[in-house]
Ligand binder design. Structure first.
Ligand SMILES: Nc1ncnc2c1ncn2[C@@H]1O[C@H](COP(=O)(O)OP(=O)(O)OP(=O)(O)O)[C@@H](O)[C@H]1O
Ligand SMILES: [Mg+2]
Length: 284
């Protein structure tokens, strides 16, 4: 069991030991730069503090931001799985109680891989089945085939949105595509960079009203809010994750609250096996 002693002191453990399928959560946004990587990394650490075995999968292929935020230097990345002979277990880097799988740099789209390379990558991801209770996918910005493929394959989706109108319209654009796919009955919406809980609720309502009027296959569910907080960019600059660097800062407390909400979600019906099957359908 992976423990993060620092985080564990302020987040009560749930004793969840990994029975049942792993939860696969895609963190997505539409517009870039709204906080997907910060959310993925800090939620992962907060969840690992409850005793869950968390794998952070940097699915923002080509950018490799998660390792920078975590302040680790992976010896190997997914590139070594695709183009080399490394197995997926060899490209996991321990980081703040989680295991990071770095996307590495130099590959933007899975579609650019040859068929055998894609098959090999998907086969290796299947091997994660027994290594995690929670798989968090930090996806890239925009609605590329790779991003949409990862989001569609994940059992749970968290759409990160800020109060900026462009962030709201781009989040709605993403949700609209997911509505058309009909693979998720609901998606979670996380309001980031808000002044307070009230603004978080207002951001959620703005999206929920439009979705309720125009979308018929998907429901929005609030995942909570994270306050605007200078400690977030301080942590990024120091390359120490926020919940470790400033556990008592407003944003870190909010991250923990969001993680706590996730632990209250009903157990997922399908795990990593189903995730990979869907990935095969999209990319295989
Ligand atoms: N709650 C917050 N308070 C203050 N600043 C924040 C907050 N959340 C994010 N930021 C700032 O926004 C920057 C971008 O965040 P992050 O890299 O997590 O976004 P992203 O959605 O992953 O971006 P990309 O689309 O490029 O992958 C951070 O470096 C941080 O400075
Ligand atoms: Mg990012």
């Amino acid at each position: 069991m992976t423990e993060n002693p620092q985080a564990a002191s302020w987040l009560p453990g749930s004793g969840y030991g990994g029975a049942g399928p792993a939860r696969v959560i895609a963190v997505a946004s539409g517009k870039g730069g709204v906080g997907k990587t910060s959310v993925s990394v800090n939620l992962g650490i907060a969840l690992s503090a409850t005793g869950r075995r968390v794998i952070l999968f940097d699915a923002d292929l080509g950018m490799a931001n998660a390792e920078v935020v975590l302040g680790v230097r992976p010896a190997y990345t997914l590139m070594d799985v695709v183009f080399g002979s490394r197995g997926i277990a060899e490209v996991m880097t321990p980081a703040a109680g989680c295991q990071l799988i770095s996307g590495g740099s130099g590959l933007a789209e899975l579609a650019n891989l040859s068929h055998p390379q894609r098959q090999r990558l998907l086969q290796e991801i299947t091997g994660l089945k027994d290594s995690a209770d929670t798989l968090i996918l930090d996806t890239g910005a925009g609605l590329s085939k790779t991003v949409l493929g990862f989001v569609a394959a994940a059992g749970d989706v968290i759409v990160v949105v800020t109060p900026e109108p462009t962030s709201l319209t781009d989040a709605y654009g993403l949700i609209k595509v997911l509505d058309r796919y009909r693979v998720h009955r609901e998606v979670m919406v996380l309001a980031n960079r808000v002044r307070n809980a009230g603004e978080g609720q207002a951001v959620f309502r703005r999206l929920a009203v439009v979705a309720g009027r125009y979308l018929h296959n998907i429901e929005l569910k609030p995942a909570g809010h994270i306050r605007e907080d200078p400690a977030v960019s301080r942590a990024v600059r120091a390359q120490v994750p926020l919940v470790v660097a400033s556990p008592h800062s407003p944003a870190a407390r909010d991250m923990v609250e969001v993680a706590r909400g996730l632990t209250r979600e009903p157990a997922p019906e399908q795990g990593i096996g189903s995730f990979v099957k869907k990935l095969f359908r999209v990319f295989g």
